[in-house]
Ligand binder design. Structure first.
Ligand code: T4K
Length: 376
């Protein structure tokens, strides 16, 4: 199989029909109101509260600042327990708040924080737990929150991958003290860049909304040392357009997922995430773990690359192996996360990915190819 003209990447942004977006942003030329919680911002916040089943939600310019400022809003101190099997953002948000991350290992089946190892990491300095619904695999919220309650800890979920998911029909935003969502271009629902934090305590509204706007409460009152985390009107307009199509996009992703599942499940050495019948999935990612398979993860990565197909090694390396954290943490302390990061490949997944390309990817994984290894 030769290299294709158009590369197939791990994902491709969902976009509304151009005319829909153009029509919506025409209003901005008329109003000249481009940012600072304008009409589109307010409308999107309202629509997302409904979609995500939450009473309290604040939009942000990106998911990272939503998490960073949510952490700030809770006035946490000392240590925060989190997972090393995630994107850089989760840990950086903790560290940039002056807090110490404590890494808990992950579960070997769904790669979420291992609640059975959680309690032994709690000290008198621990103030919160920040688990990640990684790939849209929901954490065991019941176990985590029972432990948090026993030790009076806050729980802030990194729900960057969990947009629109439900557990027993209950929106994922309803768990923990807060949940962050990412609306980055690569996510199931995007506002180009963007994010939000949903939270339970309505009293936090003033603080969270203040922090994202320099701590300004009104024209003459600056009550907090805030930053600038505001989503602009072009982003909000993109969100309003994309939200109309998101359910359809998720349906299409489901078809892709099912095709991968049909082709790759039941093969020795290939492991797909288990399906939780309680969870309504969004099919954000297609992670596959190669453990003792005839070809290694890196071999498959190279073979796909030779065909112009670019999966990603999300999340390799683990955060506790990053250069910037090397002096402080050891990946050996979280052996499951370390192993999974070396075995996992996230395959291309987006609504318009053609099924014949899915077949091509599966053929490449399942069969020997003629390419010479190591030449990619
Ligand atoms: N927590 C978790 C668990 C996260 O995964 C993330 C973000 C965050 C927090 C922080 O949320 P944000 O602040 O980002 O809202 C990408 C995304 O940039 C990042 O949002 C995401 N996680 C992470 C898992 O993936 P990269 O560095 O891998 O992106 P990049 O530029 O290599 O893009 C990947 C592929 O996506 C490209 O090969 C093609 C496609 N793509 C990319 C862009 C930028 C598009 O189709 N359109 C685009 O505009 O980080």
């Amino acid at each position: 199989m030769g290299r294709r003209n158009e590369p197939i990447r791990v994902t491709r942004s969902s976009m509304p029909p151009f005319a829909e977006y153009a029509e919506m942003i025409r209003e901005l030329w008329e109003s000249h109101w481009l940012t600072n919680m304008g009409d589109f911002h307010q409308k999107l916040e309202k629509e997302l509260k409904e979609y995500l089943q939450t009473r309290n939600l604040s939009l942000f310019v990106n998911g990272h600042l939503a998490l960073e400022m949510a952490i700030q809003a809770f006035d946490l101190t000392g240590e925060v327990i989190t997972t090393p099997f995630t994107f850089a953002s989760t840990t950086h948000a903790i560290v940039r708040n002056g807090l110490t991350p404590v890494f808990c290992d992950i579960r070997a089946d769904d790669y979420t924080l291992d609640f059975e190892k959680l309690e032994s990491l709690i000290t008198e300095r621990t103030s919160a737990i920040i688990p990640v619904h990684v790939y849209g695999n929901l954490c065991n919220v019941e176990e985590i929150e029972a432990i948090a309650k026993r030790h009076q800890l806050k729980v802030i979920y990194d729900g960057a991958h969990a947009f629109g998911e439900c557990l027993d029909q209950k929106g994922v935003a309803s768990f923990g003290d807060a949940c962050m969502f990412s609306f980055h271009a690569t996510k199931v629902f995007n506002t180009i860049e963007g994010g939000a934090v949903a939270y339970q305590d309505p009293e936090l509204a003033c603080k969270i909304n203040g922090l994202k706007n320099f701590g300004i409460l009104d024209e003459e009152t600056v009550a907090m040392v805030g930053g600038n985390g505001k989503m602009n009107e072009f982003q909000a307009a993109m969100g309003l357009c994309n939200l109309k199509h998101v359910q359809q996009e998720i349906e299409k992703r489901k078809q892709i997922y099912n095709r991968y599942k049909n082709r790759l499940s039941g093969i020795s050495g290939i492991r797909l995430c288990p399906e939780n019948p309680r969870v309504t999935k969004n099919y954000a990612y297609m992670p596959v773990v190669f453990e003792g398979y005839k070809k290694s993860r890196d071999q498959i990565f190279r073979e796909l690359e030779e065909q112009g197909i670019y999966p990603r090694k999300y999340f390799y390396p683990c955060v506790n192996a990053y250069q910037c954290y090397r002096d402080r943490f050891r990946p050996e302390d979280t052996p499951v996360a370390k192993r999974i990061s070396q075995e996992v490949l996230t395959l291309p997944m987006y609504a318009d990915l053609p099924l014949d390309v899915v077949d091509e990817i599966c053929d490449c994984i399942l069969h020997r190819t003629k390419s010479k290894l190591g030449q990619a």
